[in-house]
Design a protein around this ligand. Structure first.
Ligand SMILES: *Cc1c(COP(=O)(O)O)cnc(C)c1O
Length: 365
């Protein structure tokens, strides 16, 4: 294999399998009778919101969640027909921008509801919204007491059409966590104030908690991108991401010699050290120092020494690797969840950290 990527000046390649994203969405959609949205916030978890959302739409996905207004506006340009909801809501924004782009705010305070109601009045027409109800996350949702206020006074929702009432599980990836049942019970109680309104509960992991957690609209993100929604059990999703980088140089170091900043790794034997042009500025976290694994063909090769900004070093002593050969930093055999465990974070942070310096190639669309 040659050193050069297709794009001049780029020294690592991120391959994103949109066919696998679509297959993952279809697999999740087949798990329940309701509708399945696609959560594409944070640039579709770092993979590229527009190409990912287009692949999801082609697979049949009709509803999308962004976090920020700006993300939703960009998404709207690519998906003129889709239903696009904005998780972080309308507070602090010009509500007219939501209306101009046909975006649905997820409302989580009485003040936001009033703001959106004023927009409906100004527009002279009914505007759609989603309501996010608090059941335990205590982050961004309508407190239980405010739900009661809303239920007691129908004028508070005048001019608005509540399309979906939702809540968000705080520990869905831990099936035995008592919060799951507790949140489900509270959500069911709160829903009595919204008869006939469509409901939305499960994220990726929540979809695997059983039929009780299946609602009218599932909101998977992570599982679409190949992260394991059932940690501790085999990953039921297809891998989506491959990150590969060519070896720039191979250094021979003798016993006792160190590699990288501060000499935090020392060779115990005559070693061959491969350097690749990927570092923490590329989302290859510094906390991987002395603990990550890459693959040369199918052989695992350990990262040795500090991850630096633009370079990382791997012990390829037990392989035939040569300069110009490629190491796989993320792939089916060593995925974002595995790398996350080595970086002491989660797969979400690995994906959303993937840097902008890679040559990104999309295929399978
Ligand atoms: C991010 C998010 C999701 C998607 O969660 P995953 O674990 O990635 O499936 C769903 N709902 C809300 C409110 C979120 O913030």
């Amino acid at each position: 294999m040659s050193l050069a990527t297709n794009e001049p000046g780029v020294s690592a390649r991120l391959d994103i399998d949109l066919g696998a994203v679509a297959a993952n969405w279809r697999q999740l959609d087949a798990m329940h009778p309701g509708e399945t949205a696609g959560v594409v916030k944070a640039d579709a978890y770092g993979l590229g919101a527009v190409p990912v959302a287009q692949a999801l739409a082609a697979a049949g996905c009709r509803s999308f969640f962004a976090a920020h207004l700006a993300e939703a506006v960009a998404l709207r340009a690519a998906l003129p027909q889709a239903r696009i909801a904005v998780l972080n809501g309308v507070f602090g924004h010009d509500a007219a921008v939501f209306r101009a782009h046909g975006l649905i705010p997820v409302l989580s305070t009485l003040a936001e509801i009033a703001q959106w109601r004023a927009q409906a009045r100004a527009a002279g027409r009914v505007l759609p919204c989603f309501l996010h109800l608090e059941t335990g996350m205590n982050r961004l949702a309508l407190p239980v007491a405010d739900c009661a206020v809303l239920a007691a006074d129908p004028t508070l929702l005048e001019g608005l059409r509540v399309d979906v009432v939702m809540t968000h599980l705080l520990a869905a990836e831990v099936p035995e966590d008592a919060n799951n049942a507790r949140q489900l019970a509270l959500f069911s109680t709160l829903l009595r104030s919204f008869p006939g309104v469509k409901t939305s509960l499960a994220n990726s992991s929540g979809m695997f908690l059983g039929a009780a957690f299946h609602t009218d609209l599932a909101r998977p993100g992570a599982a679409l991108y190949g992260l394991n929604p059932t940690p501790g059990a085999p990953n039921p999703m297809r891998p989506v991401v491959t990150l590969r980088a060519p070896i720039l140089q191979i250094r021979e170091v003798g016993p006792g010699e160190s590699v990288g900043y501060n000499g935090v790794w020392r060779a115990a034997r005559n070693s061959r050290i491969a350097t690749v042009g990927v570092g923490y500025a590329d989302g290859y976290h510094r906390s991987l120092t002395n603990s990550a694994t890459a693959c040369f063909d199918d052989t695992p090769v350990p990262l040795v020494g500090r991850v630096s900004m633009d370079l990382s070093t791997f012990d390829v002593t037990d392989t035939q690797a040569r300069p110009g050969d490629w190491l796989t930093l993320l792939g089916p055999r060593h995925d974002a969840d595995a790398l996350a465990a080595q970086a002491q974070t989660n797969g979400y942070e690995i994906l959303t950290s993937l840097g902008q310096r890679y040559q990104r190639r999309y295929f399978g669309a």
